[in-house]
Ligand binder design. Structure first.
Ligand SMILES: [Zn+2]
Length: 443
């Protein structure tokens, strides 16, 4: 085992039994805090007839009500600026972040000094698991402003001691220039941007992306890097080790991070964020065991400004393992999509990311970029599923390619699709999250 493998050796290799004890103590304290300081939770708990004394062990958490994003939005609209779930004084808040989400109206999250320390710590631990070390020069080619993955990433890279280069989004020319001039060896970005950038480097800088000698692609904010064909393409283009992380603007910037084994993201929240995996339909808590799939639910264990209990993320995940060669004891998982994005075509559940997976497998005949076009609101979709996919530059026989993609979607996903091929570079890429669904009914 490598001695420089861990950021927090004791925490990251803690036995599950010891971790549970630690989490139980911290959750009891967080609940005391909620009952004392959060009007939102006081009302919620009263409505559910649940008292503080009802919590004795972690298993009792299942008796407490869930929190949804809609509730947080309503709470914020009714009680600005942060909502009645704000449990700290504004005098103690040091930063405000926003996330736009699907409705376009921003929702705000505040952090106290303590919250910022927690975010920095868990994010640093995640980047470290992803292979970032003090000697690295990291180009941050993702959002910096407002985005919860922006400034906290800077703080976390600094905590590790890596050199952080704050380039931001929409500045590919600078990414290339700085990567060359500074001899940067790592890029932090979304997977769709990593793929776009490889195209850009070849087209505009007239060089092979591998010549930039980027050894580490640290990805997050969307699930692409965990899709085998997307990852294979990124690895081939850059010659870099690709790892992914996952967080949530309402909870912490990075809570799950993949280690150098590259076989799923480790649960990395330990003493800060407690995890439940639930059946999204029944709400029943599922065991954390290899092969289990369900919705990710977060509970704050150490939060002052906006602590959340049993927050439903709508992220669908699948547990890949409960141990790892690296020695970390946090379980490993992969995000398979968002419950919100799930479509149902004649009774078959389809995640847009699965369609992208199929289209990406045709690379380099396709660029891997796709959009599903919806004429009316989902999740029900009348077949065929309309898919716009970019063909790769140099692809000649488009009708044959279209037919092959349609056949493979049918074979792999069991739905009929109507594929429109569009020129490379025409589908949107610059958003923090790749927009896999285009709502044609929203003018
Ligand atoms: Zn590992």
């Amino acid at each position: 085992m490598r001695t420089d493998e861990y950021f927090d050796l004791e925490i990251e290799t803690m036995t599950p039994a010891t971790l549970r004890l630690l989490q139980e103590i911290k959750l009891a304290k967080q609940l005391d805090y909620l009952y004392a300081r959060s009007p939102f939770y006081r009302d919620k708990f009263a409505a559910a007839w649940i008292r503080r004394e009802d919590f004795r062990t972690l298993g009792d958490l299942a008796r407490f009500p869930f929190t949804t994003k809609e509730e947080l939005r309503e709470s914020q609209a009714a009680c600005p600026p942060l909502g009645s779930h704000m449990a700290a004084d504004m005098a103690d808040v040091i930063r405000l972040h926003a996330s736009t989400g699907t409705t376009g109206r921003p929702s705000f999250v505040g952090v106290t000094r303590r919250d910022a320390q927690v975010w920095t710590h868990v994010t640093a631990r995640s980047f470290y698991a992803q292979g970032i070390r003090p000697s690295d020069i990291v180009i941050h080619a993702a959002g910096l402003t407002m985005f919860a993955g922006g400034l906290p990433s800077k703080d976390a890279m600094e905590m590790i001691g890596a050199a952080f280069v704050p380039v931001g989004t929409g500045a590919s020319e600078k990414v290339v220039l700085f990567a060359k001039a500074l001899r940067a060896n790592a890029i932090h970005c979304t997977p769709s941007y990593a793929i776009y950038l490889a195209d850009y480097v070849r087209r505009e800088a007239k060089m092979d992306p591998r010549e930039l000698a980027i050894a580490k692609l640290v990805c997050g904010a969307e699930p692409g890097a965990g899709i085998p064909s997307v990852r294979a393409k990124m690895t081939e283009e850059w010659g870099a080790r690709v790892t992914e992380g996952l967080g949530n603007a309402d909870m912490a910037p990075i809570i799950f991070a993949e280690c150098r084994e590259q076989s799923g993201m480790h649960y990395n929240g330990y003493e800060y964020v407690y995890i439940e995996i639930i059946d999204p339909e029944s709400g029943e808590v599922l065991p954390i065991e290899t092969g289990v799939s369900g919705e990710l639910v977060y509970t704050s264990l150490d939060r002052e400004c906006v602590p959340l209990l049993r927050f439903r993320t709508r992220d669908r995940v699948s547990i890949l393992a409960t141990s790892c060669k690296c020695g970390r004891t946090g379980f490993k998982m992969r995000c398979i999509g968002r419950t919100d994005d799930m479509l149902i075509v004649l009774g078959v559940n389809i995640f847009p990311s699965a369609v992208r997976d199929v289209v990406s497998s045709f690379y380099p005949q396709t660029t891997g970029e796709v959009q599903i076009l919806l004429d009316e609101p989902g999740p029900g979709v009348k077949p065929p599923l309309e898919v716009a996919a970019e063909y790769g530059s140099g692809t000649q026989d488009l009708p044959a390619l279209r037919k092959k993609i349609e056949e493979k979607i049918k074979a792999v996903l069991s739905v009929s699709a109507a594929v429109q091929l569009v020129p490379p570079g025409t589908l949107p890429r610059f958003e923090m999250k790749g927009q896999l669904i285009k709502k044609l009914y929203e003018k």
